[in-house]
Design a protein around this ligand. Structure first.
Ligand code: HEM
Length: 185
């Protein structure tokens, strides 16, 4: 009886951990992310889940070029900690941890302004006219070119995407929002 109970508990435990696992593989599965926000009538969707001290994010967009999310700008784009995803038609995927120094950029990579690349994992896939880019990082990286991401409460974000893969090519769409991070795990 005790063994049956232990087995049942183990199965429940496995089911819970599967439900809260995020695979950084360029695919968004039902239930993979805890939270989701849609912007510009769904042309840019942001999904996220906090697991322990890490955050996993996915961008699902109709972008033909780069996609990006920025954290805690002071004004427009200034002082925003940004993550760029480049999912090329060839299947090559790149990610850049960046920081916008001015209201309208520029936004050099952290590593080009004395910081470090804090992106722990990333992946992306193009399917039809949509692109998915996923990445993970620590909530608090300790890098001067990263903003801490709170596990609850408000997080100011900016989002943007481009029709070009050029790192300095401007966005075709951009916007801002405040996320409520509570219930993200
Ligand atoms: C890649 C180079 C980029 C350039 C050259 C650029 C340039 C600009 C410029 C000139 C504006 C002023 C408004 C306009 O002309 O549309 C602007 C606004 C804005 N940008 Fe960027 N930007 C870049 C990247 C980004 C990224 C990566 C993000 C977000 C992660 C972002 C978010 C925004 C937002 C939220 C606004 C305000 C839009 C609005 O209120 O309508 N930008 N940008």
């Amino acid at each position: 009886m005790k063994r049956k109970l232990a087995a049942a508990l183990l199965l429940i435990g496995m089911a819970v951990s599967v439900a809260s696992a995020v695979d950084v593989d360029g695919k968004i599965l039902p239930g993979e992310y805890a939270r989701e926000e849609s912007f510009d009538k769904g042309s840019f969707k942001l999904l996220w889940r906090i697991v322990g001290e890490k955050i996993f994010m996915a961008i699902d967009s109709e972008a033909k070029g780069w996609v990006s999310i920025g954290f805690e700008p002071s004004r427009i784009m200034a002082n925003s900690d940004m993550v760029f995803g480049f999912v090329e038609a060839s299947g090559v995927v790149k990610a850049v941890d960046a920081w916008s120094t001015g209201m309208f950029g520029p936004h050099p990579a952290d590593v080009d302004q004395g910081g470090k690349d804090s992106i722990l994992s990333f992946a992306g896939l193009r399917t039809g006219n949509r692109v998915v880019f996923e990445f993970s990082r620590d909530l608090v990286t300790g890098d001067k070119s990263d903003k801490p991401i709170p596990a609850k409460g408000a997080l100011k974000i900016i989002w943007a995407y481009s029709q070009s893969m050029g790192f300095n090519a401007k966005h075709s769409k951009a916007g801002s929002a405040t996320l409520d991070m509570s219930g993200s795990n």
